[in-house]
Ligand binder design. Structure first.
Ligand SMILES: [Zn+2]
Ligand SMILES: [Zn+2]
Length: 662
């Protein structure tokens, strides 16, 4: 605490699809971090919002026949509701398409221009002659100039992951009509990112957060730093000052959303947003590992250039796998937050626990329902739930509440040690270490109650039993405050079962050590229920089915109508002559009688047939295939064959040459 409040943000969810496990991997730890810092007495503002601009929203909206704004509002509400259901609670959840962000973005861009960091340049852009429009970002597909893998216009998403500048993509085709794009020149505006190389190296050196973010960024800045094209030819977005035909690139106005949302929150709460964004600040960004580049390089350079304060920390989460497979919506390897989890009646606390305790924040998380079940049943039910319930149950049954007895100093020591470990771990974004420490305290409690056996003590020495129970209740009380950041719903339940008034989220960590006087306790209830095998099998089957469905879709040929079939001119012909094609081992040149016309056709069947054996045979010919030149020889049609050995399709009963297939 140094007077400066902490501002925590989460990467903005993009409004063209629903919330899934990959999102939660970032949002749940960020929420846990915010809750915990509040328990330490910090003043924290937790800001997020939806990311509305860019081409994917426009493409999706066009496909669905609605306006981009309508699509964004639909998913904005969806994310807002889903986060609340997961107990991820922001102080403000805005939209980048709302007026505050339009205004802040334009103001920052004007400042960049004024400070001399923006310049115009005429560049080659992909243009679709058929749709007669420029093709920004996702409107174009092609090959990555760095690694050669299929990529989209602004990013090599399947290959090396590099950001692609407009016009860089190789063999570009229009995503809408499939037409080959041409290059046309157009004036765009660039941000002088290259001028910030030394500044960024110095900035990154002092950047807090997780090492994966910092190291990735340092590697990139040391390697290459090119200027960024910050405008796009699109109607949807924040207008570029002074130009009606251009909007700013979505990666300019999306992070500026963090500032605009802070402004909206500050206005509604009588605070000053400048305190958070101008000059020294404590801005901490939680992001997915796939957008490190934008948050550690582009964003601080932009803020610096416009005269704002730069973020203090960037915390990047590792990727999510599903059942050992790369997370992929199109391949079916996805777990949807609502459909697959919350709507099945599963508690948010279980998934929060799993996400926070499975592995370190920066490592890959390999999700499986079976492991999820094991962790919940063994750890939450078997250890934490068991200890809390047996302690509360025994206290209620034998003493009617908290007995008047001192707390064992060993127990106090154990709690104090846990507190300090949890605190240092949370401050260094080691959420798993913190969660493990809390579970270790619960295990300690289980051993303590088991070895002291108050159910035996009470028969001979009621005071000794009271001391054991009192000590165990102290652990339960500490656990309730400690798990609030991780499992807020269960934490509150324990808090209530301890007979405490108010909300556990408002308590400070120091209160873990506060000894409550004797009081009556209500009858406790079971905290965590086991996940049974039938449910987990159902969820596994659901995932399997989704993957099968995705496979089927990927392998399915396009359905055609009878009219489409009618467009194929397939005829039986008789081979008049066959000769090999010079310099080719695979090709034969056939002359085929198609009834009233003789066709010259090149066919790749030389490895399987002697030319003389074919003469006089009837073959099936696709007659209206566009002519082509193969090995310098004109070919006018295609001989139909099947399988690896090019088995020719022939009529069972000879027909006259030229007979059409129907
Ligand atoms: Zn690539
Ligand atoms: Zn097109």
């Amino acid at each position: 605490m140094n007077g400066q409040p902490l501002l925590v943000t989460c990467g903005l969810p993009y409004t063209n699809g629903p919330c899934h496990l990959g999102h939660l991997r970032t949002y749940v730890p960020a929420d846990a971090y915010v809750r915990f810092m509040r328990h330490t007495g910090e003043e924290v503002v937790f800001i997020c919002g939806s990311d509305n601009h860019g081409t994917p929203v426009v493409v999706s909206a066009e496909e669905q026949g609605i306006s981009p704004r309508d699509l964004c509002e639909r998913y904005h509400r969806h994310f807002d509701e889903t986060f609340r259901r997961m107990d991820v609670v922001f102080d403000h959840f805005g939209m980048t398409d709302d007026p505050a962000n339009h205004e802040r973005t334009q103001s920052i861009v004007r400042q960049l221009i004024h400070n001399g960091y923006v310049y115009p340049e005429t560049v080659q852009q992909c243009f679709c002659p058929k749709c007669s429009r420029f093709l920004p970002d996702r409107y174009v597909e092609g090959r990555c100039p760095h690694c050669g893998v299929m990529a989209r216009g602004d990013e090599c998403d399947q290959g090396c992951g590099k950001h692609l500048e407009p016009g860089e993509i190789i063999e570009p085709t229009c995503r809408i009509c499939g037409c080959r794009a041409e290059m046309r020149s157009q004036e765009h505006f660039f941000f002088k990112l290259s001028a910030f190389r030394d500044y960024l190296l110095n900035y990154l050196d002092g950047l807090s957060g997780t090492s994966n973010a910092k190291n990735y960024a340092i590697g990139w800045v040391s390697d290459e730093l090119r200027d960024w094209c910050i405008t796009r030819t699109l109607e949807w977005g924040v207008g570029f000052p002074g130009r009606d035909d251009l909007v700013v690139y979505v990666w300019v106005d999306a992070p500026i959303g963090y500032i605009a949302f802070t402004e909206e929150w500050a206005k509604a709460n009588g605070k000053d947003w400048k305190k958070y964004w101008c000059g020294e600040n404590r801005v901490t960004h939680f992001i997915g590992g796939d957008i490190i580049y934008h948050h550690t390089i582009f964003w601080p350079a932009l803020l610096r250039a416009a005269g704002y304060g730069v973020p203090k920390a960037v915390v990047a989460s590792g990727m999510v796998k599903i059942d050992d497979h790369k997370f992929s919506k199109s391949r079916g390897y996805v777990v949807w937050t609502n459909e697959d989890y919350l709507d099945k009646g599963l508690p948010s606390d279980y998934l929060r626990y799993y996400l926070l305790s499975y592995t370190n924040h920066t490592k890959e998380l390999n999700f499986s329902w079976k492991v999820f079940q094991d962790r919940i049943n063994n750890e939450l039910v078997g250890t934490l739930g068991n200890f809390v319930y047996r302690t509360l149950y025994f206290a209620h049954k034998e003493f009617g509440g908290i007995p008047d007895a001192p707390v064992d100093p060993t127990v106090d020591g154990e709690i104090a040690q846990t507190l300090s470990l949890v605190r240092s771990s949370m401050e260094s974004y080691e959420f798993k270490v913190a969660m493990d420490a809390i579970m270790t305290l619960a295990s300690f409690g289980n051993n303590y109650i088991q070895s002291n056996a108050p159910w035996k003590q009470i028969k001979e020495d009621r005071m000794a039993a009271a001391a054991t129970v009192r000590s165990c209740l102290q652990i339960v009380s500490a656990l309730s405050i400690l798990i609030d950041s991780f499992m807020p719903e269960r934490a509150q339940r324990i808090w209530n079962m301890l007979g405490n008034p108010g909300k556990v989220c408002e308590r400070t960590l120091d209160e873990c050590m506060v000894t409550a006087g004797p009081r009556v306790l209500p009858e406790p209830s079971i905290l965590f229920g086991k996940l049974d095998d039938a449910l987990i099998q159902d969820l596994d089957r659901l995932l399997e089915k989704r993957v099968e469905e995705a496979n089927r879709k990927a392998n399915k040929m396009k359905e055609i109508s009878i009219d489409d079939f009618g467009n194929l001119d397939i005829r039986i012909g008789t081979v008049l002559s066959a000769t090999s094609v010079p310099k080719s081992k695979k090709l034969l040149l056939l002359s085929v009688d198609l009834g009233g016309e003789i066709r010259q056709i090149v066919s790749g069947i030389a490895a399987f047939y002697e030319p003389e054996d074919l003469v006089g045979k009837q073959v099936t010919v696709l007659a209206n295939l566009a002519p082509a030149t193969i090995f310098g020889v004109k070919s006018n049609g295609m001989i139909l064959a099947a399988g690896d050995k090019a088995s020719l399709l022939v009529p069972l009963i000879p027909v006259s040459p030229g007979t059409r297939i129907r």
